[in-house]
Design a protein around this ligand. Sequence first.
Ligand code: CA
Length: 248
Amino acid sequence: MARKRTIVVVEDEDAIRRGIVDTLRMAGYEPVEAADGESGLEEAGRAGVDLLLLDLLLPKKDGFDVLAELRLVRPALPVIILTARGSEDDRVRGLRAGADDYVVKPFSARELLARVEAVLRRSPERPSPVVRMIAGDTTVDCARREICRGETDRATLSEMEAAILERLAAHAGRAVSREELLSCVWGLRDGTIETRAIDMHITRLRQKLAGSSSDSASEWILTVRGKGYMLGPGVTVITDGESTGDEP
Ligand code: CA
């Protein structure tokens, strides 16, 4: 089932923000609005988000700070900055800070959509910072959403299962609550999916990770009573370019 792409629009000028939101909605996207940097950062940090449109001059927290803080939690989220005409320094600074592209105000609906489409096309499946997870003879390839065990044993993770696992990996060493998994992995805020659904996904995940193997020595997901779920301490997490395992 094709999901509408969610785009967070952070812009403090109401008329401009409304214009962008209308344009995106007409084009079939799911826009989420924020009028200041703080709420913008909060919205952009949710996991259902596909793209951030970020103004730079914002109340409460400026766009550069939003970008810097966002990169800590969502290193791969595509970001397009909205800059004022003539402010070339801002554009350069924004791109250096990790923005993917920029649009110069005032822009036409057509121009905006062209940039949005280009960035989303360029990064439809940007690699997660977590590349691989390994425990015992089982490896999870996050980019391919594949579980590999031995030579021939393969299973595929659903988007949700992969998202849950990556969330747990990103917070290895601490328990992640069901509510956090709900809001972060699903990006839901209205509670239409109950936390019980998380338990069902976890159960399926565990089954897939265990496979036909009776070797339960490598426990992937621990239940932490009253707290939620946690990645097992025996799981080695390999991130993009580095390892958080015991390797030097
Ligand atoms: Ca502004």
